[in-house]
Ligand binder design. Structure first.
Ligand code: PLP
Length: 405
């Protein structure tokens, strides 16, 4: 890890969370930041107060009052991933961002699209659809013996017919961190574009798009960034952006300058549409600012420590197997319980106010099929989860397993 171990004031962090401070008694054990995390109070207040303001004076005037904050949301996201603000397009989800870029890449018959072994269903579906329409092919980059993306296999696969490589930074179903910078360098040798799905990475591991070298990156607001649902963003490398006309445009991404002419925006706003949920977007800005103020490095190392703690202790519970792949691990801990229905375990934990989720084969079909897995349980502790709560989860899991025997 490139960062030092920083100390985070976890009491302050927890005091900022409505879900903790507004309950009396024992706090809920929340282990689903890979699904949809708990926001800090500033995010909730930002969204609600903007909705109120819209109801008072109408959405146009309410938005006009917050233009600086909307700009700040874009530039704070840029700061977080070391990009220029003009390279960020705000959107309403990671998948929207991913497909906005993907569907803009010109493809011809015989062109090749490479996807990752741990690729996400929505990305694979889009690739298959585009291949059917254009006559391009979709091929999978194999995984190596550790389960991460196989760089040697990728180097052997690429040729100048490869137009786009879809990389997964951290998959949805486990703690794997793929070697993105190395894979990007290989793809660039043949001039292929690299689109990085960083949905499970942004907000929990350090991301520097300049170091990674990717041409585009998509991410969501609601997971590790702790923003509102229905928010996301796309980063597009400026050199690539200039030559890539989005597949769909509206009056935000382009200007109607003559009866028969339009001009596409110079920067990544060409990938934006005009209408959006302004309150949610302001909420996303508040979430990113909150993270920057805390110090991302401190947050990332706390997440990593929490996940390591679970990886250390889960195997001590009879019947539990941890399934995370790779050599570097992120904050998602995936596991199964021998002979037990994962959904039943998940629901039993819910009765003890412990939230974990399940990740199904259909979300990461290639990887789960290759490993013979149908459903894995997924615990994804953010920095705000205390060690005491991790222990409560481990105890509740042990009890749920024992009770079912
Ligand atoms: C959640 C997730 C997505 C989709 O994010 P949306 O905001 O729902 O579009 C994409 N890729 C990965 C790896 C994910 O985990």
């Amino acid at each position: 890890m490139p960062y030092r171990r920083y100390v985070l004031d976890i009491d302050r962090l927890r005091a900022d969370i409505p879900a903790y401070s507004d309950t009396t008694g024992q706090s809920p054990v929340f282990l689903d930041s890979a699904g949809s995390s708990l926001p800090p109070r500033v995010v909730l207040d930002t969204v609600i107060s903007h909705l109120r303001r819209e109801a008072e004076i109408g959405g146009y005037r309410a938005a006009a009052e917050r233009l600086d904050d909307l700009d700040a949301a874009r530039s704070d996201i840029a700061t977080l991933i070391n990009a220029a603000p003009a390279s960020i397009a705000l959107s309403d989800s990671a998948s929207r961002s991913w497909s906005d870029f993907f569907y803009s890449v010109p493809l011809e018959p015989e062109d090749r699209i490479l996807i990752s072994g741990s690729d996400y269903a929505s990305n694979a579906i889009a690739a298959l659809q585009r291949a059917r329409v254009t006559g391009a092919t979709v091929e999978t980059i194999p995984s190596d013996s550790t389960g991460q993306l196989d760089l040697e296999a990728l180097a052997d696969m690429v040729d100048d017919r490869v137009k786009l490589v879809s990389l997964l930074h951290v998959p949805t179903n486990g703690g794997l961190i793929n070697p993105v910078a190395e894979a990007t360098a290989i793809a660039h040798r043949v001039g292929a574009l690299v689109l990085l799905d960083a949905c499970q990475a942004v907000g929990q591991i350090d991301i520097d798009v300049t170091d990674l070298g990717v041409d585009a990156l998509s991410a969501t607001g609601r997971k590790w960034l702790r923003g509102p649902r229905g928010t996301g963003f796309l980063y597009v490398r400026p050199e690539v952006c200039r030559d890539l006309e989005p597949g769909r445009l509206d009056l935000r991404g382009a200007a109607w300058i003559d009866p028969a002419e339009y001009r596409v925006a110079d920067d990544a706003t060409r990938f934006e549409f005009s209408e959006c949920d302004v309150a949610a977007r302001l909420g996303l800005g508040a979430a990113v600012r909150y993270l920057l103020d805390l110090g991302p490095a401190a947050v990332y190392s706390a997440i990593s420590d929490n996940a390591e703690y679970l990886r250390l202790h889960l195997p001590g519970i009879p019947g539990v197997s941890v399934h995370d792949l790779g050599t570097r691990f992120a904050g998602i801990v995936s596991f199964t319980v021998t002979g037990r229905d994962p959904l039943e375990i998940r629901d039993r934990l819910r009765e003890s106010d412990v939230t974990i989720t399940a990740s199904h084969r259909a979300s990461t079909l290639l990887d789960m099929t290759a490993r013979g897995l149908d459903t894995v349980l997924r615990a994804s502790p953010h920095a705000f989860v205390s060690t005491g709560e991790l222990d409560r989860f481990l105890d509740a899991l042990d009890a749920a397993i024992t009770r079912g025997d």
